[in-house]
Design a protein around this ligand. Structure first.
Ligand code: ADP
Length: 211
């Protein structure tokens, strides 16, 4: 959202002179009150101005940028994550490559007894094929990045944290996980979703298109 020149003038007046009534703002701009009404409504709804009954308009201190950040900070991982695709660690490198094509994903989450054990990316599989190993025999667990080195995210974490992890760790995908405590007290991770760079790009487009 971008403010018009007049909306910016209104914000400036309220910043300097608030609390100030709509009529007084109109006078300052040599306009009639009715002309300003849509602008004042928009600025109030956007949270930039606050209309106090019998007092007038005051500036809330929020800028467009801080409002966008506020909106992004409300979005949680579970609101936008997609369905995870997982493979057992005993599956061959060959079958992992086939799955990557079939499922149209760039990163595979690898499990043992249903719990997260590792991740395999496109380059991990390319490296395996270039290394000359028999890809139809070698299990994918040999080439994956293993726990505890897997970077994960929780469903209730903010999506901004997921995006920060993708950027800082220079990876394409994060498994969304829930902790399960086994009978012996051991903690394991169940994969419940997937956050990828595509998830963040789609969200970016959606936020950018929202009026
Ligand atoms: P690409 O293979 O296309 O470069 P990535 O950048 O995601 O894909 O992967 C780079 C390396 O990081 C690979 O070795 C991969 O196993 C590892 N990796 C990918 N995702 C994760 C993750 N969530 N946690 C830890 N390591 C990861």
């Amino acid at each position: 959202m971008e403010l018009t020149k007049r909306q910016e003038q209104i914000v400036e007046i309220v910043k300097q002179e608030g609390p100030i009534t709509g009529r007084q703002i109109a006078e300052k701009l040599s306009l009639i009150r009715a002309t300003l009404r849509p602008d004042l409504t928009l600025l109030t709804m956007a949270g930039i101005l606050e209309a106090r009954p019998r007092v007038g308009y005051i500036f809330t201190g929020k800028t467009i940028n801080s409002l966008v950040a506020q909106r992004i900070n409300k979005i949680k991982v579970k609101d936008v994550c997609s369905f995870p695709f997982v493979l057992d660690e005993q599956v061959s490198v060959y079958d992992a490559i086939v799955s990557m094509f079939m499922e149209d994903v760039g990163t595979l989450f690898i499990t043992k007894n249903g719990y997260l054990e590792g991740v395999v990316s496109r380059k991990d599989l390319l490296k395996a094929t270039m290394g000359g190993m028999d890809v139809s025999k070698v299990p994918v667990m040999v080439v994956m990045t293993k726990m505890p080195n897997v970077v994960t995210i929780n469903p209730d974490d903010p999506i901004l944290l997921a995006a920060q992890k993708l950027v800082s760790r220079e990876i394409d995908a994060l498994p969304v996980v829930e902790v399960k405590t086994l009978a012996n007290g051991e903690e394991k991770l169940r994969v419940t979703g997937r956050i990828t760079k595509t998830t963040i790009t789609k969200l970016f487009v959606e936020l950018g298109e929202t009026r």
